[in-house]
Every structure is written in C-alpha cells, then in structure tokens.
Design a protein around this ligand. Structure first.
Ligand SMILES: Cc1cc2nc3c(=O)[nH]c(=O)nc-3n(C[C@H](O)[C@H](O)[C@H](O)COP(=O)(O)O)c2cc1C
Length: 363
C-alpha cells in the first residue's frame, strides 16, 4: 500500500491582496512543485484569519496545558493543522529586516507546543517540545535588490529552529518590487521554474539542491546602477502624481525621465520583445525643451539597443519637445492626436508611430 501523502501547511503572511503580493507569487510556485511531487498542501492566507495576539498569560502552560485561552481561528483551525503538518512553510514579506507582524503573531501563538521547563545549552537555552514539530521552510521576499537584506531574518529563523526543529530550506528572493516588470520576464520565468523545482525537491528529499537554490536567487538585473536609478525614477513619479504603486501598476504608468540617459534606460526597461518579433528598425529621437539631445533605438531579433547620438540612417525620426513625448509615451496624452495637432513631428516610416505604445512600456 502506498504511504500517506506528505502534509504541507503553507502560511502566507502578506497583507497584500491576491495578485499584488510577491510572497504569494513565490509561494504559489513552491507549492505547485510540492503538489506535483505528491504532497497534500494547504495554503492559508493569514490576513483572512482571526488570530489574536498572545497576551502572555501562560494559561497554555499551566491551567490548560497545550491549549491557548483565545478561542479564535488559530486555536480552532490553524494550530491543529500546524501540529499535524509534516512541513510548515513560513512565507513572509520582509518587514523591517525580519518576519512581518502577522507572521510574528502566528509564531507567538505556537507557545502551547512547548513546555515551561528549561533545557540549558551553549548558545541557546530551550524548552521541551510538547509534541513533534513540523519541519520548517522559510520563504521571504524583500524590496532591496540584495541578499544581505535577509541577514537578520536568516539569523532569526536559524535561532528559532535551534537544534530540535529541522529548518529544511531558506528561500529568499530579493528585488521583489521589480519581479513582475516586463523587463524581468525572462529571468522571472526561470526563477519561478526553479522555485517550483525547489518544491519538488523538498518533498522528494526534504532539501533544496545548491544548483536549484542558485537559480532561485539569480539576479533579476545585471547592473545594480540601473536598479537604483529605476527605483528612484519610479518613486519620484509616484510621489509627484500622489499615486500608490498598486494604482500606478494598474495604469501601466511609465516613470518620468529626467534626462536623455533616463529616457534610454526606460526605453530599454519598457521594451516588449513579443511586440518586436520580425521587426528590424531604427528609431531616432530628437528632443528639445526640458531635456534636449538626440538618441536612437535599434530593434533587431527581438532585442533593443539604446544609443546616444544620431543613427545612420534611421527608419523613423521623431522630433518633439521632451515633455510632450514623455506624456505620450506614458499614456497620459494621445500620440495620434498630438501628431495631428503638430505638437511633434515625425519623418520616415510614420506607420511605425502607432506601434510605439505596444513596443515600449504600455503592455
Ligand atoms: C512596513 C514595511 C517594511 C518593509 N521593510 C523592508 C526591509 O526591511 N527590507 C526590504 O528589503 N524590504 C522591505 N519592505 C519591502 C517589502 O519586503 C516588499 O514590498 C515585498 O514585496 C512585500 O511582500 P508582498 O509583496 O508579498 O506583500 C518593507 C515593506 C513594508 C510595507
């Protein structure tokens, strides 16, 4: 007879709605892999549950050993699921360098699982476990685009588990806020594939191989300077428009470039290779006004190069006040109408003009 399927409890503590949370995105792929390898997985969004904070009364250690006095979703539903699980995944957004408040509330409410007595140790004293503890997988995402962001969380997770609880894997993904941007699509697909593979490996061998982990943690962008500049432009634009990231993302707003270099960076980042298939073109921009200068974009084999200076020769030349073109590119004004009104001019293959929105950033 086949053995019982491995039971996994996957806890997501992001307060963000479905579709916006990057913790959810990573956890979804990890648990897909776990299911694929035969595990039974329950995913719980902690934000949807009623979990009261521990009040430190020690009722669970004295009056009703092993049972909390709060009669809520934690006691009735989540604690029994946690206790029965073979693996628990603590999936948390990184907040102030560690688990977020919701996850911390959950963790504190597992106090009934330990007894009050003391076990001395060299680096860490502990309490006896009242019942077997599930193996732990830590999963987190962080806004900072570097793995050093997880230093404190990793230390906490290792210390929390100590030598009695098995910490099977720590899966940490930096640069979370650019994960869903079109310019990261290729890398992100590889990262999500690797995250799914990590789920398979966890069920098959209770560990994640070094090569899979390396693929999960690969950089999203090659040049850290580009990330810093993009981050700054995006936030400055949202502040100027008094707009939250959620709304800005929904409207596919392009950040406001402050220079020709910014413009070229945003064109590279907003480029949609799917719309550029079989296209071989060179587009030149000649700007005046707030920013003046010439640059050109070479599109070939689904790739884009942004180059300062004039092209030799371009297929299309756009001559425009910088602010006018930025407003068109970001979708704030209608390019066709502005063209008819003479707000900018174009020369060469003007049939390409209507395709620019799809080629850059508005997809
Ligand atoms: C209150 C708060 C604190 C944060 N603290 C950090 C932090 O210390 N380090 C970091 O890299 N990102 C930090 N971030 C960014 C989040 O980790 C990032 O937005 C992540 O995508 C959130 O996960 P979610 O999308 O699943 O909600 C913080 C965000 C918030 C709202």
């Amino acid at each position: 007879m086949a053995g019982q399927a491995m039971q996994v409890l996957a806890l997501n503590s992001s307060p963000r709605k479905s579709g916006q949370s990057k913790t959810e995105l990573m956890l979804g792929h990890l648990t897909d892999g776990m299911r694929q390898a035969g595990a039974t997985v329950d995913i719980v969004n902690l934000r949807e549950k009623q979990i009261k904070p521990c009040i430190g009364c020690f009722t669970c250690w004295s009056k009703t050993p092993g049972q909390c006095l709060h009669d809520d979703d934690m006691r009735r539903e989540l604690y029994p699921m946690w206790q029965a699980a073979d693996i628990v995944v603590y999936a948390t957004p990184l907040y102030h360098h560690t688990v977020n408040g919701l996850m911390k509330i959950f963790l504190e409410r597992t106090l009934p699982s330990i007894e009050p007595f003391l076990i001395p140790g060299d680096t860490r004293w502990s309490h006896p476990l009242r019942h077997p503890h599930p193996d732990v997988v830590a999963l987190s995402v962080a806004g900072f685009p570097t793995d050093t962001a997880f230093t404190a969380l990793s230390h906490y997770m290792r210390y929390l588990c100590g030598d009695k609880i098995r910490l099977l894997a720590e899966i940490y993904r930096n640069g979370s806020e650019i994960m869903t941007k079109p310019f990261c699509r290729e890398r992100m697909n590889a990262i999500l594939d690797a995250t799914r593979q990590a789920g398979v490996e966890l069920v098959q061998s209770r560990a994640v191989s070094e090569s899979t982990m390396k693929r999960v943690c690969q950089p999203l962008m090659d040049d850290p300077d580009d990330i810093v500049r993009l981050h700054e432009l995006a936030w400055r634009s949202m502040i100027a428009a008094r707009m939250t990231p959620e709304v800005s993302e929904k409207r596919k707003r392009m950040p406001q470039p402050q220079s020709l270099e910014d413009f070229m960076l945003l064109m590279r980042m907003g480029f949609n290779p799917d719309a550029a298939r079989n296209l071989e073109i060179v587009i030149q921009f000649e700007f005046e006004g707030a920013v003046s200068g010439v640059c050109h974009l070479v599109i070939r084999d689904g790739r884009l190069a942004a180059i300062a200076g004039p092209a030799d020769p371009p297929d299309l030349t756009v001559r425009s006040p910088f602010d006018t073109w930025v407003a068109i590119q970001s979708g704030e004004t209608d390019g066709a109408q502005q063209f008819m009104e003479g707000a900018y001019t174009a020369e060469g293959d003007i049939g390409l003009l209507p395709r620019l929105g799809e080629l850059f950033g508005r997809h």
